[in-house]
Design a protein around this ligand. Sequence first.
Ligand code: NAD
Length: 256
Amino acid sequence: MLKGKTAIVTGSTSGIGLGIAKALAAQGANILLNGFGEYESAKAEVAALGVKVAYHGADMSKPDEIAAMVQACEAELGPVDILVNNAGIQFVAPVEDFPVERWDAIIAINLSATFHGTRLVLPGMRHRNWGRILNVASTHGLVASAQKSAYVAAKHGVVGFTKAAALETATTGVTVNAICPGWVLTPLVQKQVEDRAKAQGVSVEEAKKTLLAEKQPSLQFTTPEELGALAVFLCSPAADNMRGTAINMDGGWLAQ
Ligand code: NAD
């Protein structure tokens, strides 16, 4: 379905980004990977799906590096048809103790990078009258949790930005939507599980159970594969008129 298309997936050396990259590649899209993790194995996993794959190590907190990544993608793989703004970080602390430097980094990587990537790829997408921008927000783009002020602010910002960009492109072949996962067991969440196990003096397995029980009624983690399938749907013709949505895949978190 996506044969001949090119996708940039930011933060795709692990977790959700890698899951989405593999799902798009399985549909035939060529992929530019990005992120700070071990990229050779990620590249090999995507290449095994029979598409072209490239990697760029741009730091999503740096607008110049984001521009260099888009240019590199165009040079190596061709014009960007699909942009998945996925890179993200977390930090947990009460507002009054929140390190200013962590606040700035979360806003830059989780929110501003979405703006920069979008503004850079949009002219080409408009010109070709086809494009998909998928912003990986979170349930925390729609509701809050204590101790996550920067993350919640950034993800609510991503959902708002998604709506504004979708309105600006509403009469074109470019769609902009957000994906809002609940808990997904990736390196980002594994760290929170381990911190919780330490703080509560319980095993990692027990900490996983209590983490899910607090928020996610299904008591199951959402998987990168499920989110990949949702990304593929949003890139399909069936989603041509989905614009500015924030779709939660969260085991019932937001139904409560
Ligand atoms: P992850 O830690 O596995 O992946 C994050 C990716 O972003 C990695 O590739 C990392 O190297 C990259 N990254 C971090 N800082 C970067 C930077 N400055 N520049 C470029 N790349 C950078 O985490 P994940 O859980 O897969 O998270 C992916 C996205 O999904 C994030 O936006 C996160 O907020 C969101 N999300 C995750 C969950 C969850 O439960 N795991 C839930 C909702 C939303």
